[in-house]
Design a protein around this ligand. Structure first.
Ligand SMILES: C[S@@+](CC[C@H](N)C(=O)[O-])C[C@H]1O[C@@H](n2cnc3c(N)ncnc32)[C@H](O)[C@@H]1O
Length: 218
């Protein structure tokens, strides 16, 4: 084994960077999601987009961060995967109707205001083909950040705080609120938990809510 290979194998940080794993709850239900075009909103470095493209989907991935979009495009091209990564602000995005068999909205809605969240999710649902799926992942009020925000920052909407240092808002969801966003769809699976995040930076915890829902066929 070369020095470089042995270094990567023994260095968990390096191997995480090499191939980040997708959301496991999504992966668990992927066998029942019809293949087609997937939408990844706030795709980041594209761990879900790349995985989906490796498993039978074409992917339209949107993020406002230029660096993430460039990196995702580069990796997709290197691996010859059908991913279109597009730099776009989600609050001004137009989603084409009836195009997608899967919409992934993973760990991004917390950064939007209430009206923006509702509008984006409604548009993503309109973007589904009949029988298409949504995967939603959001932080819950069990997240340690919620107590911290309550103590330190101004609550500008219910459970939404303005974080001055990062010049952004953070919203923490209740389970019913997350489910209500996907009202009208068939609820396939729901999960609430408290988990260690070892995907970036120092290990830390998050309160998480995940929902998988399906647009009825008729
Ligand atoms: C926590 S990361 C999640 C990335 C990815 N969905 C994942 O699960 O690995 C949130 C991503 O959402 C993007 N984002 C946040 N607010 C956004 C907005 N208003 N418009 C577009 N992208 C946004 C950030 O740039 C970041 O890449």
């Amino acid at each position: 084994m070369s020095d470089a290979a042995s270094r990567t194998d023994s260095d968990p940080q390096a191997s995480r960077q090499k191939r980040a794993i997708p959301d496991l709850f999504l992966l668990q239900y992927l066998p029942i999601v019809p293949r087609g075009i997937a939408l990844d909103l706030g795709a980041g470095n594209g761990r879900n987009s790349l995985f989906l493209a490796e498993h039978g989907f074409e992917v339209d991935a949107f993020d406002r961060d230029a660096e993430s979009v460039e990196k995702l495009m580069r990796v997709a091209q290197e691996r010859n995967l059908p991913v279109r990564a597009i730099r776009n602000e989600l609050t001004t995005l137009t989603i084409l109707p009836k195009r997608y068999s899967l919409a992934v909205i993973a760990w991004v809605l917390m950064f939007l205001r209430r009206g923006e969240r509702d509008g984006l999710v409604k548009m993503a649902i309109r973007g589904l083909v009949p029988g298409g799926f949504v995967y939603l992942g959001v932080f819950s009020t069990q997240d340690p950040g919620y107590a911290l925000c309550k103590e330190k920052f101004e609550e500008i909407e219910e459970r939404t705080f303005f974080v001055p240092k990062r010049k952004m808002t953070m919203h923490y969801f209740l389970p019913e609120e997350a489910k209500a966003l996907l009202g009208g769809l068939d609820l396939i699976a729901f999960k609430e938990g408290y988990e260690m995040d070892i995907g970036h930076g120092d290990p830390h915890h998050h309160g998480r809510i995940e929902v998988i829902a399906r647009l009825p066929k008729e």
